[in-house]
Design a protein around this ligand. Structure first.
Ligand code: FES
Length: 104
């Protein structure tokens, strides 16, 4: 899949993500270092917080209760918030626009 990721300085990065990777992994593999992803993707740190642009959010599965609870611990939660380690890339999503959330 193709990801268009806006970093915290407002710069856009165009990334190719292999199917089956999480968006967090794809962003890290793409050489961006702003996602700390401290827990390594096991949904317990909330440092992989991103905003999925309106209209693109329905291309991923719904959030689990764990993800929802963790996002509640962020001061920067919005209606677009997701934890990128919980978003899995597949072949059918087309370009997806995301923004890295501010650090908590
Ligand atoms: Fe820790 Fe996503 S990497 S919750």
């Amino acid at each position: 899949g193709n990801l268009i990721v806006t970093d915290r300085s407002g710069q856009e990065h165009n990334l190719q993500a292999a199917e089956g990777l999480s968006v967090m992994e794809a962003i890290r593999d793409g050489g961006m270092d702003q996602l700390l992803a401290l827990c390594g993707g096991c949904c317990s740190c909330a440092t992989c917080h991103v905003y999925v642009e309106d209209g693109y959010d329905n291309r991923f599965g719904p959030m689990t209760e764990d993800e929802n609870d963790l996002l509640d611990s962020s001061d920067h939660r919005t209606a677009q918030s997701r934890l990128s380690c919980q978003l899995i890339v597949n072949g059918e999503q087309g370009p997806i626009k995301l923004t890295i959330a501010p650090e908590d």
